[in-house]
Write a protein that binds this ligand. Sequence first.
Ligand SMILES: [Fe+2]
Length: 241
Amino acid sequence: MTGYWDVHCHLLPGVDDGADSMEESMHMLQMEYTDGVRHIIATPHYRKGMFETPVGMLEAQYEAVCREARCRLPGLEIYLGYEFYANMDMTETLESGRRPAMGNARAVLAEFSGNVSEEFIRERTAALRAAGFTPVLAHVERYACLRENISLVRELVGMGAYIQVNAGSILGEHGRKCKKFCSRLRKEDLIHLIGSDAHGDQVRPPRIGACAAYLKKKCGSAYVEQIFCANPGEIFAGIAR
Ligand SMILES: [Fe+2]
């Protein structure tokens, strides 16, 4: 085992509503490291009109974090990605390289509004696929249209999307309904990836270790290895670092 992955984490300091300082970033990374995480994708928000940090600044913050982490946390791999708030120009933005897709699979961590319509999530997933990208649907447990209609999750998977849920949701930190839906997704084998979606060391801290321990008890080590190691290693193979 080469360590767990955290595929969704707002660890870059000062670029969105994630970590506020380098000190906080380092503390988040230390928590992840203690949990057994050895691969982390930094996923700053990209949301038109709200979070549009220039790529150059993201890269500078990423390099600074990697420099700080290198000697303190040996063997920890950090990659630069993003979380893309879905919009109608997203394939153009990706194709232009303003937000390049991640890894050999050209993966895109796509986020939607909590009240996204069935039509929109289906249409945007299809558009990403048609343009040659691999949609990774971020924290699907947050979208009412999927909670109310799990067959749509199945349909999106059939279209080529991967499903990501948040560690805290699995642990019940976002309410019982949300936890129940996550259990249902798990039982129907509709979860491919789990991310922390951590935003800080205090508020929404990383919870990969607790989630992995919980799932190990419920489903066994093979499942945990699949979700936290094998799947992310495959889906994000070749991701830039
Ligand atoms: Fe996020």
